[in-house]
Ligand binder design. Structure first.
Ligand SMILES: [Zn+2]
Length: 83
């Protein structure tokens, strides 16, 4: 008997973002990277947040809507050090 698994499932793959990655590198059918801007998804559905590691956030490509997960990008950190 076959399982319930089907090809072409609507389930989205969430790609692990590389450190400091801010642009989408998903390649299209011609092998050309997308380079769309990855924007933090501030209010993603819980079914997606459950799939990513705790402490990470979801990012979504503004061009192809690929999903990424990664550490939250911090804005300029307050530091006592001076350049
Ligand atoms: Zn993209």
């Amino acid at each position: 008997m076959s399982t319930e698994l089907k090809e072409g499932t609507t389930e989205k793959v969430i790609v692990a973002a590389k450190p400091r990655q801010t642009n989408c590198d998903q390649k299209d059918v011609k092998g050309k990277p997308c380079w769309g801007f990855l924007k933090a998804w501030t209010n993603p559905p819980s079914e997606l947040t459950r799939k990513i590691p705790a402490g990470e956030v979801l990012y979504r490509c503004q061009t192809c809507l690929a999903l990424y997960h990664g550490k939250p990008i911090r804005h300029v950190q307050r530091s006592t050090e001076r350049p």
